[in-house]
Design a protein around this ligand. Structure first.
Ligand code: F6P
Length: 493
């Protein structure tokens, strides 16, 4: 298919959903309203899902249903049914907030979703926690969302686009309530092999729930194949391998790969702006980064799947092997606190602090330290400035469905410079396999060598690789991701 511009794809999305209700469902809300010194403000949460879907929703002008209450002013900003127009500064679609009790949030979100399914699907060597009370809340919350969405659809035709592992049961619940809805579900995290999945006590309920979808999407084919193999092992179904489809109780679910992405043009435009140039100058001054300082960058939620201690250890090994870079090299890491109600995440925060302290103590001089760690949700404008300052970025996830930081780094490099060190265990590695420097984050010495390779790579080669990666993201942007899913959905009607 010839290259379609972002504008063409946006029009396609608008046209395909016209005449239908278009509803997106996710746990995370795209905007959180907050009180700031008595007045109403808002923030965008740190979420790849939000980064990807917000531009799509702006184009489709649909309804986004999400768990409300993340922001201190969410209730005040919404009407009595939970509705509010967003984006707050440029309203173009509606958000319906679903309110959960504290107990529901604790058990469904922190519990089953993030202490059970998250480690189960990521296989990052954290034992999944499966508790009855978590599972009950997960069922309850899925029901609650099904009710809330069904209220909006009634008996009409609608496209419902469900996001992620928080809602494995929702597709079947919705199908029972809304017979005219066409349902797609995108699973934003990996799907493990049947051996791993079989330890989940409610595995069959989860699979049955997901087989309520018309389309079930994963980032890469490998996860879809794992899903089919899991169903084959756990349920009586008919599997059409040629079509990658599963027929269960006379309903067909098609399993497809849709690699998620970002709004390339908008990121590139912002990265090239005068405001970003100013930011760069400010950051260089604030952190004393002369033009000849070699800067590396990382930006992640503080999550054990992201391989942060492993990354810091690799920086340590790099300086051990190449001490001549002491004083000439700085690694900047932004870490966004995430899910800190879960013990595992609290422990990780302490571990990361300890790793940074140890490495800085080992090498620091009176005027220099090798690692700058900022535990903060930096605005995109500041991240883009860091991406442009950096000679290289490290994405060292132990396992990651896709990883959009890798794509943002590439889109931000409007100068076609910069090297991407990318974990082999990310979905993104499939798309950048020949142009990123692929790393195994578990092998610290090899990552240290990859850092060295990145900073000594011939400028010509750096440029060639970055140009190809930029082409890849420009073409396979988030509108293509959404348009491909919507094209498939409209074939079901
Ligand atoms: O990777 C899965 C995912 O849901 C992303 O889509 C999102 O960026 C991230 O997890 C954020 O998680 P949470 O909403 O729990 O902060």
């Amino acid at each position: 298919m010839a290259h379609e511009t972002a504008e063409t794809l946006r029009n396609l999305i608008r046209n395909r959903v016209r005449g239908h209700k278009f509803i997106t469902v996710s746990n995370r809300e795209p905007y959180m309203h907050v009180w700031r010194e008595g007045s109403l403000g808002w923030i965008r949460p740190a979420s790849g899902l939000v980064v990807a879907l917000d531009p799509v929703m702006r184009s489709s002008r649909g309804l986004w249903v999400a768990h409300g209450g993340g922001g201190s002013a969410d209730v005040a900003a919404s009407d009595e049914r939970g509705f509010v127009d967003v984006p707050p500064d440029e309203p173009s679609y509606r958000l319906k907030r679903v309110w959960l009790t504290e107990e529901q949030e604790e058990n469904y979100y922190y519990g089953f979703a993030n202490s059970g399914l998250w480690p189960l699907c990521h296989v990052a060597y954290r034992t999944p926690v499966f508790r009855e009370e978590h599972w009950r809340a997960y069922q309850e919350v899925n029901e609650k969302f099904a009710e809330s969405i069904a209220e909006e659809i009634g008996n009409e035709h609608a496209f419902v686009f469900i996001q992620d592992y928080h809602f494995a049961l929702l597709p079947r619940m919705l199908r029972q309530r809304c017979p005219h809805a066409v349902i797609a579900h995108f699973w934003h995290i990996p799907w493990p092999n049947p051996e791993v999945f079989r330890i989940c006590p409610w595995k069959q309920d989860i699979l049955r729930g997901m087989l309520g979808n018309d389309i079930l999407g994963f980032h890469i084919r490998y996860y879809g194949d794992n899903f089919i193999a899991t169903v084959d092992r756990e349920l009586e179904t008919r599997i059409d391998r040629e079509q990658a489809a599963i027929i269960y109780r006379r309903h067909m679910t098609k399993i497809r790969a849709f690699p998620i992405s970002i709004d390339f043009e908008s990121v590139a435009k912002q990265a090239a702006s005068a405001a970003t140039d100013e930011r760069i100058a400010c950051l260089r001054k604030r952190y004393n980064l002369g033009e000849d300082m070699i800067v590396g960058v990382g930006a992640d939620r503080i999550d054990y799947t992201k391989g942060l201690p492993e990354r810091i250890e690799a920086v340590n090994r790099f300086l051990e092997r190449y001490p001549e870079y002491c004083g000439r090299f700085v690694f900047f890491q932004a870490g966004v606190p995430s899910r800190t109600h879960v013990d595992e995440y609290r422990r990780l925060n302490e571990e990361v602090d300890e790793c940074v302290r140890r490495v800085n103590q080992k090498y620091a001089t009176a005027s220099w330290r090798p690692i700058i760690f900022v535990r903060e949700h930096l605005p995109l404008s500041e991240l883009l400035a860091w991406y442009r300052i950096a000679r290289f970025a490290i994405v060292s996830s132990l396992h990651d469905g896709m990883n959009l930081v890798a794509k943002e780094f590439v889109a931000a490099r409007v100068d076609h410079d910069g090297v991407l060190l990318l974990s082999r265990f990310t979905g993104a590695a499939r798309q950048f396999r020949s142009d990123a420097v692929l790393i195994n984050p578990y092998a610290a010495d090899a990552v240290a060598e990859a850092i060295h390779r990145g900073i000594t790579m011939e400028p010509e080669e750096v440029r060639r690789r970055m140009t190809r990666m930029r082409e890849q993201v420009r073409e396979n942007n988030v509108y293509k991701w959404a348009a491909d899913i919507i094209r498939k959905l409209s074939k079901v009607v």
